[in-house]
Design a binder for this molecule. Sequence first.
Ligand SMILES: Cc1ncc(COP(=O)(O)O)c(C=O)c1O
Length: 401
Amino acid sequence: MKVTRELFDEVMAPNYNPAKMIPVRGVGSRVWDQNGEEYIDLAGGIAVNALGHCHPALVTALKEQSEKLWHLSNVFTNEPALRLAKKLTDLTFADRVYFCNSGAEANEAALKLARRWALDHYGEDKNQIIAFKQGFHGRTFFTVTVGGQPAYSDGFGPKPGAIDHVAYNDLDALKAIMSDKTCAVMMEPLQGEGGIISPTDEFIKGVRELCDKHNALLIFDEVQAGVGRTGHLYAYMGLGVAPDILTTAKALGGGFPVGAMLATADVAASLKVGTHGSTYGGNPLACAVAEAAIDTINTPEVLEGVKQREALFRKGLQAINEKYDVFSEVRGKGLLLGAALNEKYQGRSRDFLVAAADHKLMCLVAGVNVVRFAPSLIISEEDIAEGLARFEKAVAQVVNG
Ligand SMILES: Cc1ncc(COP(=O)(O)O)c(C=O)c1O
């Protein structure tokens, strides 16, 4: 059977509109399509392929586990899941882990846990969840409603209730809406989909203080920013503020689907037997790969390397901007970077993406005004240089019409 892009429109639900070319193979930060054309990948599967494509450590872990045990369900536990949970608890603020298969599922678990914890300890009136405008937490109905982009949650009937949104980095707005009825504040410690927005120091510390004051849980959604992306194993480690619950997915499996919710023992205690679950959550294949991913990423070499690579990207993007004057700023942290378009190019981020594809480069957008880069954390200097050279051609193409 000949597999073509046209087939997508014939057999797939129309909720995506993928690129015209179909990738068939990847190594490191290079990808090849059906015609053998080579692409530089600065998108990283939207911050998933943290070790590039087909990293040997992940391939080995997957192959070895695939010959031992694939799946049992949570009627049994398994060695890779327990080893991974031990690692995650040793390395973070958390004492307990719940495994699932995606970012949305990790956030769904976090929100349900927060509500149940509040009910257990304070009664049913403490149910308000506060989140931030432009935030993104996944596409289940609960998580998408907590996300701060109504365009994604509208049009599906009545929404889950007691969810409020305030502007990110606006501590006064949060203060005004928070009370002892607040059960949790959910936030990305670096907003991704919303346009690559960092929290101010004052804001992130203030959110923690307000949560403490009102006995509310602080949930960090590190689905996009976690697992080395900011140059710290988790972004909170670079912010000096720890959450009560943290969600992680995407890069955790380096491309193999896995998610996790991490919590303190006191909070996790409310997730009693039977309160929540997932057939595949914590399956041995996913956990074996994630263990290899964490072992490989959580080294001084990789984490320091992220900061060095960030500097190369910033320098390269600045040089492009000096020539073409398209960005107002380059923002973000580590290898989650956003080139924000200046006044002249407002609303046109997709044009840059399309031009990049013409020059065999994969990058991302974060809203209509930001071009986003989320490459492999171990991308080579050579691939960065080549990727930026291709990006410069794409910028020239947009600028020159
Ligand atoms: C911060 C954040 N949370 C949650 C999600 C949802 O993750 P998933 O698509 O794996 O459900 C995403 C996906 O982009 C994300 O960026």
